[in-house]
Ligand binder design. Structure first.
Ligand SMILES: *Cc1c(COP(=O)(O)O)cnc(C)c1O
Length: 374
């Protein structure tokens, strides 16, 4: 699905020099590379505070801890996302309220949010799924009206730009109170191990969160709140610092690959190519995800695998039907779209190194399979 080896070959010298510097200074925890990467990322995003941490799941958890939510408080999020989003809500003894998604964008459907709000609702977590920005204007309007926090799960959307209804452009992760991202190797900005970060423009919240990631310490060995230990290590920061310089280039390459895929796959009766929301100025295609309609999606997955084409089904089971979240108390009829998408979606290989020949090979096989079966 990704080609991290080819990507590495291209930046090998720079990355090795950067890692070598960490080895020379031997400042492995909170070393200068972490600070530098943090500053570079703040500058890139146009956000006041980036707080690096150990992974994207921690970033989400810490962002919620920063908002001082109380056990039993309700947090609204999408039914169709990676489990980490809902996992952290449950771990903090908050109550996840799952909402169906939009059939075109696969993102949380704002039209369904308001009906789910109760006096206990405290926050909404939109996920920029597959690299496409969620409908942030609508979500922020609802949040303002009901005095709720908005926490972006930007693990799949880093580098995407959004145009709000006033025509202003801003990066994902800066569109809400606080955001979380992941530097898992296959993400658009991936480390060579685990990593994550929290973003906010709120000085007070940033200060509070900087303590939370460090055992609730604001002054050495004085623990004011119960915190966690969640750090981005210097080696990963050294890699990320280099890769951040290429993020726009990588995302541009993904977009070109997506355009090529769509050219070759549109106008087929069994394929629905990815839709792009109007306000999504730059879909960063963390995944290139098709809907396969009136054809056997699972047989297509098998066929592609047999022809050495990796592909993925993100996600085969909606969160409301996962055993771990069986007690969140939902009605099956509230999720018509997610229930449909889990049967239809297939993600094709997507990364910054995909070339024209590979795309042609992949799309030929997809089309051959669908045409054989009809
Ligand atoms: C990857 C991902 C996460 C978790 O990130 P990790 O670094 O793997 O902990 C959270 N949410 C979404 C939507 C993701 O894709």
């Amino acid at each position: 699905m990704v080609d991290l080896k080819s990507q590495y070959n291209f930046i090998q010298d720079e990355v090795q020099t950067s890692i070598q510097e960490v080895l020379e200074t031997s400042s492995f925890i909170n070393g200068p590379a972490v600070k530098e990467f943090q500053r570079d990322l703040e500058h890139y995003l146009g956000v006041k505070h980036v707080i690096p941490c150990a992974n994207g799941t921690d970033a989400l958890q810490i962002a919620l801890m920063g908002l001082k939510l109380q056990p039993g408080d309700e947090v609204i999020t999408a039914d169709f996302t990676f489990a980490a989003t809902v996992e952290v809500i449950s771990l903090l003894q908050l109550k996840p309220i799952l909402i169906d998604v939009d059939l075109l964008t696969f993102n949380i459907d704002p039209a369904r949010i308001e009906a789910a709000i109760t006096p206990k609702t405290k926050a909404i977590i939109p996920v920029h799924l597959f690299g496409q920005v969620a409908d942030i204007d609508a979500i922020n309007t609802i949040a303002q009206k009901h005095n709720l926090y908005v926490v972006e799960d930007n693990a799949q959307g880093i580098g995407a730009r959004y145009v709000n209804n006033k025509g202003e452009k801003a990066m994902t992760g800066t569109l809400s109170h606080v955001a979380a991202t992941s530097f898992f190797p296959s993400k658009n900005l991936g480390a060579y191990g685990d990593g994550g970060a929290i973003f906010t423009n709120d000085d007070e919240l940033a200060y509070f969160i900087r303590g939370i990631v460090n055992h609730g310490m604001y002054e050495r060995y004085y623990h004011d709140v119960v915190g966690v230990n969640s750090r981005l290590d210097s080696m990963q920061a050294a890699v990320l610092k280099i890769k951040l310089k290429y993020l726009d280039f990588y995302n541009e390459r993904r977009k070109e690959a997506a355009i090529r895929y769509t050219q070759l796959l549109s106008n087929h009766p069994n394929i629905i190519t990815p839709h792009r929301a109007q306000a999504c100025d730059s879909h960063v295609f963390h995944q290139y995800t098709l809907r396969i309609v009136n054809a056997d999606r699972d047989a297509l997955v098998k066929y592609l695998n047999e022809h050495d084409i990796p592909c993925g089904v993100y996600y085969p089971v909606p969160l409301h039907r996962q055993k771990a979240y069986a007690d969140v108390g939902v009605k099956e009829e509230n999720f018509p779209v997610t229930n449909q998408l889990v049967k239809e979606v297939i993600s094709l290989p997507m990364h910054s190194e995909l070339d024209t020949d590979q795309i042609k090979y992949i799309t030929d096989k997809v089309l051959r399979f669908l045409d054989q079966k009809n």
